[in-house]
Write a protein that binds this ligand. Sequence first.
Ligand code: PMP
Length: 401
Amino acid sequence: MTDLFSKFDALIGEREALLATGVRDPFAIVMDEVKSPTLAVIKGKETILLGTYNYMGMTFDPDVVQAGKDALDNFGSGTTGSRVLNGTYQGHKACEEALQEFYGMDHAMVFSTGYQANLGMISTLAGKGDYIILDADSHASIYDGCYLGNAEIVRFRHNSVEDLDKRLGRLPEDAQKLVVLEGVYSMLGDIAPLPDMVAAVRKHKNCMILVDEAHGMGFFGPNGRGVYEEQGVEDEIDFVVGTFSKSVGTVGGFCVSNHPKFEVLRLVCRPYVFTASLPPSVVATAATSIRKLMHAGNKRAHLWENSKRLHTGLREMGFKLGTETPQSAIIAVILTDQTQAVAMWQSLLELGLYVNMARPPATPAGTFLLRCSLCAEHSDEQVTQILGMFEAAGKATGAIS
Ligand code: PMP
């Protein structure tokens, strides 16, 4: 029988064949209990979490949790409305104020997810007749924002300043252009050479720059604003998009900017207008977490130590990694194919370690990856345990000798 599902037959077949070999389904893990930012119980087994993007470990911060409880008590479980109707509570305003302070920017707009922040900002800024210039390895939410807005899409080679410059040079000078970059690219954990990219963009007319700092917030720069702060290009970036689902430790998305006309977006941005706002408990936890992240220098330093130790240890064991040197809190282990990736992933899980598995089309160049993301709350002892588990799983599966 042929119907609208027929296009998924190949995927269904591939998945059934994989599961028939007896492996656990990597995309159907259930956390039965979560004990801390770094520890959960999965199928009765205590498991170290190394694939959460919970970089700063804020999910169990007592102040953050208390703020959520208080908001639940005082404002109820949800707003049941859009930000532009009944869905703006004082908590949403307080969260936007926390973001303005955190980023030192005039305007902040909170969305219901980071995905919607990209969808909304990109589609609203760049419409028919405009151009969006984006890195080929951009996150799905960036691509989807391009499609929603109907702008012309121009891709440049991942992190290639030369290609960015060349492609901008081919576009009509008078056309309005939005260049979209990411601070940290989440698949391989590499960072963008933002000063060189900004310099290339500024050679061309009518360009605005948006940087997605989903994986940079909390960790990079003296104030934890992101890679763009660490690399000293704050004055050159027109819009910063981010998420609450990583360092902030809850859910939600945002955009901050100094553009004088920014506030008009609240009226015209469809993924902001036509959806319900975040529950009061969520914005309360986000605001508390953001304020604490302003003073998280010690956590940042420990996260760097963890990243460096894991990267060095895995490289010395002979694993192929996404970057030559540790560049962020993401360390990607590149495996030869799906069979090896799944075998490694399952072996690690049985030993008590959870990592993310990523495969095409989400990954660049058809790679199969085990993505590790470190947390500032991983203890030195846990990093030692993690390294031991990788060595054991790598040898058992033949991924290393
Ligand atoms: N941008 C990037 C670069 C991301 O990696 C993600 C999530 N993985 C998002 C945006 C979307 O964030 P959220 O989970 O808040 O929807």
